[in-house]
Ligand binder design. Structure first.
Ligand code: C2E
Ligand code: MG
Ligand code: MG
Ligand code: MG
Length: 288
């Protein structure tokens, strides 16, 4: 009897897995089609200098408008795209699209592009970046690449060589979601970085969360000592913005300052940057 129950359990488990596998395969085929049919687009979230509150650039964030599922957020398809390897094609599309769009922006603004660890390991990023910049006539100084710490884990030496080559072009390298991976601080020494983006969880913490504040303070101080720029991610309140300013963080990003928006809305925002400088403090979430 026990055996029979056990088998049922296994069958249930397996049929669940089968459904999952079918769903994943569907989604995978859908992603292939999405690339061909132009269902992906990029949103742009503004980045502001502290303390001047000037607009300095935008982070490009992928969006998938699925024909039946509607808007699928990146957390739901990027991991699968990484597992199946399709991220290399999606990533190349993102890089090209972001460079194309940024080539229409005023020259002082930069675009920041997320790069998956899989892209870094499986593709020739140096060649891809060189080509994208040349094709769209974008100077390297106007492109920043955001990598997560997981990209640094395997084959650190080869990755480091790639990053060094990219930096010698003039492209800047940022470490995204800083503080969420393990041995974050060790990576600061090991890799040449231009910027760290301090993860939202440290910015977002309650005012009485002493340990998050301590991390925030330590990270900004160390970055300053190492001449690495800092961006605070996920700024949602004036209080958080004031804290970052106080700690000497150089750039801020978050719903308080502007949500991810269409390329068109981003271009409109650039035109009103004068007004922005005065108005941004008073602009609440969702108004941009
Ligand atoms: P990320 O690179 O850390 O991007 C920041 C995420 O935080 C974005 O979510 C953004 O909408 C969100 N965010 C910004 N400000 C705030 C805030 O004030 N509060 C809160 N709660 N959230 C805020 P999104 O667009 O859903 O992207 C999620 C993640 O998906 C990104 O995290 C990145 O890891 C990945 N991703 C997005 N686009 C791409 C891409 O083109 N390529 C790759 N490889 N990954 C991407
Ligand atoms: Mg990012
Ligand atoms: Mg981030
Ligand atoms: Mg993040």
């Amino acid at each position: 009897k026990a055996k029979k129950n056990g088998r049922n359990r296994i069958e249930r488990y397996e049929s669940g897995m089968m459904e999952d596998a079918v769903k994943r395969r569907d989604l995978e085929m859908d992603m292939v089609r999405a690339l061909k049919e132009g269902q992906f687009s990029l949103n742009y979230q503004p980045l502001f200098n502290l303390p001047t509150r000037e607009l300095v650039g935008f982070e490009a964030l992928i969006r998938w408008n699925h024909p039946t599922l509607g808007l699928v957020p990146p957390v739901e398809f990027i991991p699968l795209a990484e597992e199946t390897g399709l991220i290399t094609e999606i990533g190349e599309w993102v890089l090209n699209e972001a460079c194309r769009e940024a080539s229409h922006w005023p020259g002082e603004l930069y675009v920041s592009v997320n790069v998956s660890p899989v892209q870094l390991h499986k593709t020739d990023m140096l060649r891809q970046v060189t080509r994208a910049l040349a094709e769209h006539g974008l100077t390297a100084q106007r492109l920043e690449l955001e990598l997560t710490e997981t990209a640094m884990v395997d084959d650190g030496r080869r990755i480091n060589a790639t990053l060094t080559a990219l930096r010698s072009l003039g492209v800047r390298i940022a470490m995204d979601d800083f503080g969420t991976g393990y041995s974050s601080l060790a990576h600061l020494r090991e890799f040449d970085l231009d910027r760290i983006k301090i993860d939202r969880s440290f910015i977002d913490s309650a005012p009485d969360d002493v340990s998050s504040l301590a991390v925030l303070r330590a990270v900004t101080m160390m970055a300053k000592d190492l001449s690495i720029a800092t961006t605070g991610e996920g700024v949602e309140s004036e209080e958080q913005l004031a804290r970052l300013l106080d700690l000497g963080c150089g750039t801020a990003q978050g719903y308080l300052l502007g949500r991810p928006m269409t390329a068109e809305a981003a271009r409109a925002l650039m035109q009103t940057s004068d007004a922005m400088q005065q108005a941004v403090a008073g602009i609440g979430p969702g108004q941009l």
